[in-house]
Write a protein that binds this ligand. Sequence first.
Ligand SMILES: [Zn+2]
Length: 263
Amino acid sequence: MSRPIHTRGLVLRRTDWSETSQIVTVDTRDHGIVDLLAKGSRRPARRSSSFAEPLDLGGWYDLVYRPRKGDLHLAVEARLIEGFPHLRDDLGAWLEANGILDLLRASFSPGDPHPALLRSALSCLKLLSVGRARLALRDRFVIELLDRSGVWSVGDNCANCEAEIPRGAAHWHAPAALLCAGCRTGGDRPVPEELRTLLGTLQSTAWGNIPSLVAPEPLLAAIWERLREALLHHLERAPRSLRYLRAGGPPGTGAPLRSPSPR
Ligand SMILES: [Zn+2]
C-alpha cells in the first residue's frame, strides 16, 4: 500500500458519494489539486473516527490521504483548522468565496501546487469577514491568479517594447496587457491614468491593507470588467459562479457603473 501523504488543503468542491461518504476536491499546499474519497465522513460513527464531521466547502484542513492509481485518492483523516464561519452568514461573502474556490479549481491541474496563491485565497476568505472593500479583494485575488497563470502581463512598462509608458499613454490590449501608444493595435482602448494607478496599487498592496484601501467603486468595477474578460479568455470553462459576481449594473447594458451596495 502507498505511503500516506500529510498536507494541508482547502476544500474547493464536495459531493455526497453515498449515504456515508463524500468526494471532495481539495487544493493542497504541497500537491496542488487532488480528488479525495472520504469514506464515512458523512456519518462519523464515533469520536475516534478519522472525520469529526463531513468535510465542508471552503474549509481549511489538516489532511492525510493515501494516493491510489488513477485520479481519486483515499482520504484517511481530516482535521478542520479554519472553517471561515462568517462566510455562511452573509450571502454576498458566500458568493465571493464560491467564486474564489471555483476559480482555483478551474485554473489549475492536479500536481501543480501554487502555495502562495493558496495563502492569498485564505487571506481573501478571512478578509471577506470585514464586510468592506469586497470588490477590491476580488480584484486583487484575480489579478494574482491571472499573474500566476501566466495570463496577466500588466506592469509599469509596455508589454511589447518594454519601454516605460508615459502618463496618460497606456492602452489596454485584450485579454490582459498594457501597451504604449506606439505599440497599440487597432482595437486597443486608452486606459484612464487613475485606473492604471489603481491597478498598480492593488498589485502591490499587502492583503491586510486591502480593506482600508480608499478606491472609487466605479474604478474597481472597471478593473473587474477587464479581469472578467481575461478570465473568460483564459479558462476553457468559466465557472458558473462568475455570473453571480457582479459589479455595477447588469453586464452589457451600458448602465453607469455604481456601487453594488450602500456603504
Ligand atoms: Zn510599446
